[in-house]
Design a protein around this ligand. Structure first.
Ligand code: COA
Length: 157
């Protein structure tokens, strides 16, 4: 799948935080309505600060008008994709794939992630992108089942 419009990937700036926190809440409340993500706004705002310096990276995908369509957080020490989120109105349009390609530039050999088992859309996306399941656990915070997944460049045809 290719992006429907040219996307610019850049580092998240403090001026982006309000819009991206709102985007994150909106996307997640649609994905897992059983969790009050609106009550977790502080969590994601702290994450923006925690990922402002290497080896952590906070990246936003914008369209030509400069509108943020989604963002991701990557820890290149852990090779971890900590967050990836796209505004719901842009789901299925290649934004997530473009962000993952950007994450793979930062962590070219391997990426690991944790996803809620009750998130079939994200799991289908990751599988399509070559991630495989490596384990399971339970979220200590929500009590929901989690899936651990990994992508390795060496295993990608
Ligand atoms: C996860 C996310 C980044 C993926 O971006 P996206 O643009 O929706 O991804 P895509 O549309 O490219 O891929 C989703 C796939 O799931 C499929 N899908 C959609 N709903 C599904 C469902 N209920 N069950 C199974 N597959 C589903 C889609 O058909 C698509 O697969 P296809 O392209 O092979 O047909 C985005 O949905 C999002 O921001 N979700 C909320 C936050 C989130 O879940 N982040 C990841 C947490 S680890």
């Amino acid at each position: 799948m290719s992006a429907v419009q040219p996307l610019l990937m850049r580092n998240i700036e403090p001026a982006d935080h309000d819009a991206l926190a709102a985007l994150w809440i909106r996307a997640w409340m649609l994905t897992l309505p059983q969790i009050r993500f609106d009550e977790r706004e502080l969590f994601i705002r702290e994450r923006f600060h925690d990922y402002a310096q290497p080896p952590r990276h906070a990246r936003v995908a914008c369209n030509e008008a400069g509108q943020p369509l989604g963002f991701c957080l990557i820890d290149t020490n852990l090779n971890e994709l900590e967050q990836i989120v796209v505004a719901p109105e842009f789901w299925g349009k290649g934004t997530a794939e473009a962000m993952l390609d950007d994450a793979r530039c930062l962590s070219p050999d391997r990426l690991i992630l944790t996803v809620n088992r009750d998130n079939p859309r994200a799991i289908a996306f990751y599988r399509r992108q070559g991630f495989v399941e490596t384990g399971e656990s339970v979220s200590p915070r929500s009590g929901l089942p989690l899936l651990h997944m990994e992508w390795r460049a060496a295993l990608t045809p």
